[in-house]
Design a protein around this ligand. Structure first.
Ligand code: DUC
Ligand code: ZN
Ligand code: ZN
Length: 503
């Protein structure tokens, strides 16, 4: 008997970012080749009656096997991290190839490829982290990497080993503009954090809960405003990552009101955790992340931003450190002062079920918004559309089949990451993916992980359409940048000239 398709997913409700339909999905050679009320036979048939068929999630912000130094180590590598992603309905991840100071950006990328190859179980692309924007990096390495499919990079405004000053940020934004990349910004004011940390330590206030005291919202607000202003000067879009609450949201709304292309990301920790979760003795270290979780009123602001379109993407910011681990939240086996606790919480597997249960099931956001925030828009924003994050003819058959009524109480022992806790332990959620397919292959099916290390493919990202400058009523910086061989281009790679003298 001949089959028209490799696989047919039958009788499901197919949801995209623009609507839902009752349809069969026909898959051949790893791609979606037909969508119709009723399709011919497939070699494999999946019954999706009473199920939702969604694009597999695109988690555009997660950290896997990223070198962190200081004797610390991330718990998840590309195998355990992507396994966990697949079991939570995510089919593409975009973690970070991080440059260390003094390291070439190309070397950082080569090292990161070696970590992923042969281990990833879902498809992956890389963002870059630029920590050392030397003239060679800015003039040669970064443009060459953008050309070859690494079209987004993260800029830090905090952390001593990563932070860049405004002039360095401007240079990188000019490169993003010139070469069509998207800059992502971690917006917190480093000097203010350092000052508050010193004061808290002097007062003996070193418990994990003081991590939140050292990073109040005003510091996120200031840095967000500054990042927006720098982007306006250069006339280039940016994405503000992991927005935590009202103060940063207000800055982004203000920027949008001015017609600037400022995109925003938020994460589960800002919907489901508060600063009080840092307050249970040293166990609070489990919820140490930056920016820190805020309070219930700020959670509402984030929900509003998801519902009204302020947020472009919803990512996990999975940054996995084990709690009972001398390379994790207890460095050297000790309960340490908050400044030494590695930042980050796990969330790759729970990202989608949390938002589905508490967003879609409660009516806070629509199913279409859910798909847009978790799959379609991340793919667009990072140059993976229309291949990823979308159900359409020709797209990769990356799909998650959801039981929208399934009740699951989150237990870390049932998750598939290598972290020894989840901040969401004991939450009961409604809705969970029963089956996940990557390019037509089942990687998660009714409680069983079926993926194979090495089956995940590296994705070269295109230049994102959303990263295009406005090019309207340009700021002076933009004018300079647009001229062929213009002044801003020339400045991009220059070493710092001496500062003007005073007096
Ligand atoms: N920023 C991130 O994006 N992830 C983890 C920690 C941090 O500060
Ligand atoms: Zn960050
Ligand atoms: Zn992160």
């Amino acid at each position: 008997m001949t089959h028209e398709f490799d696989t047919v997913i039958r009788h499901g409700t197919v949801a995209t970012a623009s609507g839902t339909m009752d349809a069969d999905v026909g898959i051949r050679d790893g791609r979606i080749v037909a969508l119709a009320e009723s399709l011919g036979r497939g070699r494999e048939e999946i019954d999706a009656r009473h199920r939702l068929v969604l694009p597999g999630g695109v988690d555009a912000h997660c950290h896997l096997d990223q070198p962190v130094g200081d004797g610390l180590r991330m718990a998840d590598d590309f195998l355990t991290g992507t396994r966990s992603a697949a079991c939570g309905g995510t089919t593409t991840v975009i973690p970070f190839a991080a440059q260390a100071r003094g390291q070439s950006l190309r070397a950082a990328v080569a090292d990161y490829h070696a970590r992923a190859e042969g281990r990833a179980c879902v498809d992956y692309a890389f963002h870059l982290i630029v920590a050392d924007p030397t003239p060679t990096v800015v003039r040669e390495e970064l443009p060459a990497l953008i050309d070859t499919g690494y079209t987004s990079f993260k800029i830090y405004m905090t952390y001593d080993d990563l932070k860049l000053d405004d002039r360095q940020i401007l240079r990188l934004l000019a490169v993003a503009r010139q070469h069509g990349a998207l800059a992502m910004v971690h917006a917190e004011n480093a000097d203010c954090i350092a000052w508050l940390t010193e004061a808290l330590e002097a007062a003996g206030q070193t418990a994990p809960r003081h991590h939140a005291d050292a990073r109040p919202m005003v510091l996120e607000r200031e840095a967000t405003h500054r990042a927006i202003s720098l982007a306006e000067l250069v006339d280039v879009p940016i994405l503000v990552v992991h927005v935590s609450g009202r103060e940063a949201v207000e800055q982004i709304r203000w920027a949008r009101g001015r017609g600037l292309r400022i995109y925003a990301e938020t994460c589960p920790q800002y919907l489901f955790l508060t600063a009080e979760d840092l307050g249970h003795g040293y166990e609070g270290a489990k919820c140490v992340c930056s920016p820190p979780p805020r309070d219930v009123a700020n959670q509402r602001v984030i929900w509003d931003g998801l519902a009204d379109g302020l947020f472009t993407v919803f990512s996990s910011d999975h940054a996995p450190f084990r709690y009972e681990d001398p390379q994790g939240k207890k460095p050297g086996g000790q309960e340490v002062a908050f400044r030494h606790i590695p930042n980050g919480i796990p969330g790759l597997e729970t990202r989608l079920p949390l938002l589905f249960s508490e967003g879609v099931r409660t009516g806070r956001i629509t199913l279409e918004q859910f798909v847009a925030l978790t799959a379609t828009q991340p793919a667009r924003l990072y140059g993976l559309h229309p291949r990823k994050g979308h159900i359409a003819i020709g797209a990769d058959a990356d799909l998650a089949i959801w039981d929208p009524d399934r009740r699951v109480t989150v237990r870390n022992e049932a998750l598939h990451h290598a972290v020894d806790y989840t901040p969401y332990e004991g939450m009961t959620l409604t809705g969970w993916p029963t089956t996940t397919l990557v390019r037509g292959q089942r990687v998660w099916d009714h409680g069983e992980f079926l993926g194979r290390p090495g089956d995940g493919r590296f994705l070269r990202c295109g230049r994102p359409e959303m990263a295009r400058p406005k090019g309207v009523e340009p700021a002076p910086g933009a004018y300079l940048a647009r001229r062929p061989g213009g002044a801003l281009a020339a400045l991009a790679g220059r070493a710092d000239p001496p500062s003007p003298r005073h007096g």
